[in-house]
Design a protein around this ligand. Structure first.
Ligand code: OAD
Length: 234
């Protein structure tokens, strides 16, 4: 079948072969802290330096990692499909952009951006961010935070996402464990429309695997290019 409107949800597993650690495969620990204890508004209020350091380390890693064949295959799909392709990524890295994808929603924010708690401005930010870093817009110190969705906060762009899920004819989920909502519920939401097919590509069955029409288990870097080729040849 030739798809016309494809929505792709990606998670940490698509960047794993690029060398970016997933959240849960290694126990989800960072220097002895549970990720859930670092990525929260409460943690930022309690210890902003520790939280900034966590994101500074992840931001500093970005230039040393590259997109892998799965990212490139999705960019090729967007470029060659006669129809629409939207990537909704839970990832805060920039590997989809660097592979050439254009239509991307970062529902959990982006490592390369900071937001001012004072004036609300969002700025591109490639260097380390510290407590004393002033906001380029309002110049206040101590107000910049990573532009990342933390536990307990609402993911970004949910209206656009809900609309996209209700009109797609293929929902493809790649490299996500299905632990974090609302992303974990997208497959059920798509299922309710009755006309979209759903496919999971993941190293192992995700928590929501039984809700997908088709599950392909293995490495994204191998399976995604193959799957994309099949779609483009259909
Ligand atoms: P997880 O770390 O929970 O899950 C990654 C999934 O990728 C696992 O199911 C792995 O089996 C799979 N995987 C690992 N290597 C793979 C490979 N080479 N090819 C295919 N699959 C592979 O990451 P997410 O589901 O993305 O949120 O986590 C969701 C959210 O939880 C993250 O966005 C983050 C975290 O808390 C926030 O920061 C708000």
């Amino acid at each position: 079948m030739a798809y016309k409107n494809i929505v792709i949800l990606t998670g940490a597993g698509i960047s794993a072969e690029s060398g970016v650690a997933t959240f849960r495969d290694a126990g989800g620990l960072w220097e002895g802290h549970r990720v859930e204890d670092v990525a929260t508004p409460q943690a930022f209020r309690r210890d902003p330096d520790m939280v900034q350091q966590f994101y500074n380390a992840r931001r500093a890693q970005l230039p040393s990692v590259d997109p892998n064949p799965a990212h490139y295959a999705l960019a090729k799909l967007e470029g060659e499909l006669v129809g629409d392709v939207l990537i909704i990524t839970q990832n805060v890295d920039d590997l989809h952009e660097r592979a050439g994808s254009k239509n991307i929603i970062h529902m959990h924010g982006e490592l390369n951006k900071v937001r001012c708690l004072g004036c609300g401005a969002v700025h591109d930010w490639l260097a380390d961010c510290h407590r004393e870093s002033p906001c380029p817009t309002c110049e206040a110190e101590g107000q910049l935070r990573p532009d990342i969705v933390w536990f307990g906060e609402m993911p970004m762009f949910m209206d656009r996402i809900t609309r996209a899920l209700s009109t797609c004819d293929l929902f493809l989920s790649i490299g996500t464990s299905g632990n974090v909502y609302p992303a974990a519920a997208f497959v059920a939401e798509v299922g309710r429309t009755g006309y979209a097919e759903s496919v999971e590509i993941n190293l192992e069955p995700s928590l929501g695997a039984s809700l997908f029409d088709t599950c392909l288990h293995g490495k994204a870097g191998t399976l995604v290019p193959k799957f994309v080729q099949e779609i483009l040849e259909a």
